[in-house]
Design a protein around this ligand. Structure first.
Ligand code: AMP
Ligand code: MG
Length: 382
């Protein structure tokens, strides 16, 4: 039997001419079916509004950046955050030729460069931490970072897999000195007094970007969030169960995400509830970027007085603070200073703590850090 498509089609979509519907059927259709369809529609519209957008990760600032807005996850807020992070990258990355930093570097020894106010403020903070750390943190480390080629994801030179010659390092070392940076507040201008000098904000800019992301989250009325810009973490708000946040400390010798323990972070105090309470946890670690030669790990955190990666037994320093830009600068500074001077510096700043992990698998922490060890191959020293 031939299948009559036309008939089926007509049955479904065409009202048969001259044939009146039963009044009871019409009543049923108008009073029951239409309101039901309407209600189902409204339900789906509401349901889709209530559905939170999941956490978002994007590659920016030379690293993987993730933001989780939990139950208030919202496309517009995620977009605003990542647009803002890219804006900061475009101003402060040494790898972007039009950035403020590249312009300052190109004009080193020639002329001051007027920069955006926020770039100026981050540089001012970097210089503040250079002074505070007695030059252990030095934003003029640029020439050494470029020479080794392990500080950036997109090095201007070929990625080095060997140690540069001592003469090359010694030729550049005199150019690494934060005292040679001139800051002109009235015109937001920055000047390097010697040609060949170069700024590198790699140890502080991610922290600044995380702080800016947290501001957007607060303005959007988000109550709880987690920001992770390649290890620069901010926890914002209070967890649903009102328990402290648990932030893992990366295991130096295992895959990313595997931890040796965690920090218990309390964001809530009674008087803080008005604004969005935040805490930041920032780690500087040798395992972030490195290469190995003759059994020695050459990583991306340099001793500005030597021009070599710091070799002082530290594998990572994690700093806990209120402002991520401060924690970022401090974690790098404390790493270079070593445990004695680094922990003294951190202890001298109220509300700031640190956890040091050493290559002999020992761990030390400042007096108020709340580190819980889970990997028993490590041991906490008091
Ligand atoms: P962080 O991971 O925050 O410790 O920053 C490391 C990055 O900061 C490196 O990739 C370099 O770009 C830069 N850097 C390395 N050593 C220093 C230093 N002693 N002071 C300031 N910046 C540094
Ligand atoms: Mg840092």
């Amino acid at each position: 039997m031939a299948f009559n498509n036309k008939n089926i089609f007509q049955k479904i979509f065409y009202r048969e001419p001259h044939k009146h519907r039963e009044p009871a059927f019409r009543y049923f259709f108008l009073i029951r079916i239409i309101p039901c369809l309407f209600a189902v529609n409204i339900f789906f519209i509401f349901y889709s509004c209530l559905q939170a957008e999941p956490a978002r990760s994007e590659f920016t600032l030379g690293t993987l950046c993730s933001v989780n807005l939990y139950e208030q996850g919202n496309n517009d807020v995620y977009k605003e955050i990542f647009d803002r992070i890219r804006e900061i990258e475009n101003l402060m990355s040494v790898n972007i030729p039009s950035s403020d930093i590249s312009l300052i570097n190109a004009a080193a020894g020639i002329a001051p460069v007027k920069v955006h106010e926020e770039t100026f403020n981050v540089i001012k903070n970097a210089v503040y931490y250079a002074r505070l750390s007695d030059g252990a943190f030095d934003p003029s480390i640029g020439p050494i970072v470029s020479l080794w080629g392990i500080g950036n994801d997109e090095p201007r030179h070929e990625q080095l897999t060997h140690v540069p010659g001592r003469e090359e390092i010694e030729k550049l070392l005199p150019l690494v000195n934060w005292h040679f940076i001139r800051l002109y507040e009235d015109t937001s201008s920055v000047f390097f007094i010697h040609e060949g000098m170069a700024l590198d904000l790699g140890a502080i800019a991610k922290g600044y970007a995380a702080d800016e992301a947290a501001k957007i989250i607060e303005r959007a009325g988000i109550k709880r969030a987690l920001i992770d810009l390649g290890g620069n973490i901010i926890v914002a708000g209070v967890k649903k169960d009102r328990k402290p946040w648990r932030v893992g400390v990366q295991s130096p010798d295992k895959a990313r995400g595997e931890t040796i323990g965690y920090l218990q972070i309390t964001t809530l105090t009674a008087e803080q509830e008005e604004s969005l309470p935040v805490k930041t946890i920032v780690t500087s670690g040798t395992y972030e970027r490195f290469f190995e030669e003759n059994g020695i790990r050459y990583h991306h955190i340099f001793d500005p007085s030597l021009g070599y990666p710091v070799q002082n037994g530290i594998i990572s320093v994690t700093v806990i603070a209120d402002v991520s830009m401060d924690a970022d600068a401090l974690s790098t500074a404390a790493f270079v200073l070593g445990y004695e001077r680094g922990s003294a510096l951190v202890e001298s700043i109220t509300g700031t703590e640190a956890v040091f992990v050493f290559d002999d698998k020992s761990i030390r922490q400042t007096s108020g850090a709340n580190f819980i060890l889970t990997d028993k191959t490590y041991n906490i020293k008091y």
